[in-house]
Ligand binder design. Sequence first.
Ligand code: ZN
Length: 237
Amino acid sequence: MKRWTPGGALKKSSGRAANQLLADLSHSDYRRVSPHLQSITLAFAAVLTERNALVGHVYFPTSGLIALHTATIGRPSLAMVGSEGMVGSSVAAGVAKSEALVVVQGEGAAMRLHARRFRLLVERSPTLQRQIHRHTVDLLRRASQTAVCNDVHRTEARLARCLLETSDRAGTRYLRVTQEQLAHLIGARRSSVSIVATSMRHRRLISYARGHLRITDRKGLRRLACACYRAEWLSRR
Ligand SMILES: [Zn+2]
């Protein structure tokens, strides 16, 4: 079973074990689901689902990173999903349209499942139901923790946390991400992100040029990250 750990996701694996949600299904449920899974390549910047469009497929990333662009009270926000989770779980609750624009942020691979088939399978597969519930609870917990984090922790500590978590999810220290996207991820102004990122670059914690970011000193970044990063890590052990 593959578990999310800081840096642990850097290990590559394939098939069922590469997506945590699929890996945690019972054998009988996985046998029910697997004939309907289609392996696809995630190409950078590919749009998987348009905002307000009918959800055609749900996605279980096995590597790479999928970005969900939403707007909350008129403010753009951004969330990332990697091999720890899935995209489109609200289909299980009968929500047919996507509230988010779903775009590939980090190239890799995923298993996809037709949305209608997914809904039928959730009804018949107890461990898939349980995984969807866990996933939903996890999303709510992360959202509330991020809200508190954005309120009380410094921009630098939040950015360090965000970079580490995004790297863990993507399974790579190399991220294609703009400063505007980072600002949306941590609920900060782009100008603040620019100042902090420049400071991190001068301290050789990251290298960054035109949307290409590499974590060069992971330990240093962990020392800088707020306590939320460790809390997230402990919650997944
Ligand atoms: Zn925090």
